[in-house]
Design a protein around this ligand. Structure first.
Ligand code: CTP
Length: 403
């Protein structure tokens, strides 16, 4: 699933027989799109080799403060490693390492990384059933919980000792699904449905020609993916673009004309919580579409254009509690025009782009926007990547949802 994608994960491997499963865990984390670095306790290397884990993680494996085998021994910076991590997972976590984590002991690199980590820590205990049940272990779990560390519960089953009971490390697949569920639960837009429009529309003149514009769709696609990253279920309605969606929480509906976009958008509007209309919809279309290719003739060719429907304004009229966000692309009197549009189209937020700003516009990877809220708050931003702009817009939407 996508929640682990792009995450920096430090996997701490300690000396339990379940360490052999770390190889599978690293593989699954990498497959989920995570960047993985492994740190091992020195004795863990007796159970699984650093070579296996470095090959699978595609990163160097760390187990001591300096690299002893290297003549030009370098300091393995535990603070840097800890700060790099978005998640720190100790799996398998032995009773020994867990009690040291609870006590603040720091006699190996893994523990130093743990003490320096500011990110969420998860641990998957692996020990024999009597060790698992021991009051000292229970105290350790309580202490770690009080630090905010999250336990991935051990499973019940046959243990390496031959005894049967609780203490077996959760299987790698179970660890992944635990992490995904836990991360998903924390996403601020979880349970919200988003509708996003993107790209240009093409208005046919004849079977081979159309009226269109230079919109690349990048801004709308960035918004759709950023919303999905925050847990939203997104429907992205896009005109003709050369972009694709990788995110499993974004459903892409491809349309061509303003009329098709209007219909697709209205079809989904009732079910959404937030609609963000970033598409560059054609304001006019040929009043008649020639069924045959128009032949070249002497003199000028006059095309009769009729107005398309304003999708945004029509949603403003239809809205029943949805948060509606529009875009305004202006070349003059930017603020006033955007404020007028916000009111006229009954919006909750408008994103103003000025074509006069360098770094803003259609085909660029950057944008410079000013957000204007319906209570007249004006929030200007510097030039940023479209991905960063998408995040700024979503932060503002989150503020308005929770206001
Ligand atoms: N929009 C729309 N349907 C249209 C035209 C525009 O939904 N037929 C939406 C755009 O997606 C954008 C907003 O309206 O969110 C603003 O579009 P813009 O082109 O800036 O303004 P217009 O309202 O078309 O007005 P003008 O052309 O006069 O600036």
């Amino acid at each position: 699933m996508y929640v682990l994608s792009g995450k920096n994960i430090v996997l701490g491997v300690t000396a339990g027989i379940a360490a052999y499963k770390s190889a599978f865990l690293v593989r699954l984390l990498v497959k989920s799109g995570a960047n993985v670095k492994v740190v091992m306790t020195p004795s863990a290397k007796e159970f699984v080799t650093p070579l296996t884990l470095s090959t699978l993680s595609k990163n160097e494996v760390f187990s001591s403060f300096t690299n002893e085998e290297d003549e030009n021994a370098q300091w393995n910076n535990h603070v840097e490693l800890a700060l790099w991590a978005n998640l720190f997972i100790v799996a398998p976590a032995t009773a020994n390492t867990l009690s040291k984590m609870a006590a603040g002991t720091c006699d190996n690199l893994l523990l130093a990384v743990y003490l320096s980590a500011k990110c969420q820590v998860y641990y998957a205990p692996a020990m024999d059933l009597d060790m698992y049940k021991h009051p000292s272990t229970k105290e350790t779990f309580k202490k770690l919980e009080s630090f905010g560390n999250i336990q991935i519960p051990a499973a019940h089953g046959e243990l390496a000792s031959g005894l049967v009971g609780q203490g077996r490390m959760a299987e790698p697949e179970e660890i992944i699904s635990f992490l995904e569920k836990n991360l998903l639960k924390k996403l601020p837009l979880r349970g919200k449905r988003f509708l996003v429009t993107a790209g240009p529309t093409y208005e046919a003149i004849d079977p081979v020609r159309f009226i269109g514009n230079h919109s690349s769709g990048k801004m709308g696609f960035a918004i759709a993916e950023a919303a999905a990253d925050l847990g939203a279920e997104v429907t992205l309605i896009s005109g003709p673009v050369s972009l694709s969606v990788e995110h499993s929480m974004v459903e892409l509906i491809s349309v061509t004309s303003a009329k098709e976009m209007y219909e697709a958008t209205h079809h989904r509007f009732d079910d959404c919580d937030v609609a963000i209309l970033s598409a560059a919809v054609a304001d006019y279309r040929p009043a008649e579409i020639s069924s045959e290719k128009i032949k070249k003739k002497e003199g000028t060719l006059v095309l009769n254009l009729e107005k398309t429907q304003d999708i945004l304004a029509s949603l403003g009229e239809a809205k029943k509690g949805q948060l509606l966000v529009g875009f305004a692309l202006e070349t003059q009197n930017e603020l006033d025009n955007a404020k007028t549009k916000l009111k006229k189209k009954n919006l909750d937020l408008i994103v103003l782009n000025s074509l006069r700003d360098k770094g803003a516009g259609f085909k660029t990877d950057t944008n410079k926007v000013t957000l204007i809220t319906k209570d007249n708050k004006v929030i200007p931003f510097p030039v940023k990547t479209k991905k960063e702009v998408a995040t700024d817009i979503l932060k503002q939407i989150l503020d308005q949802i929770h206001a």
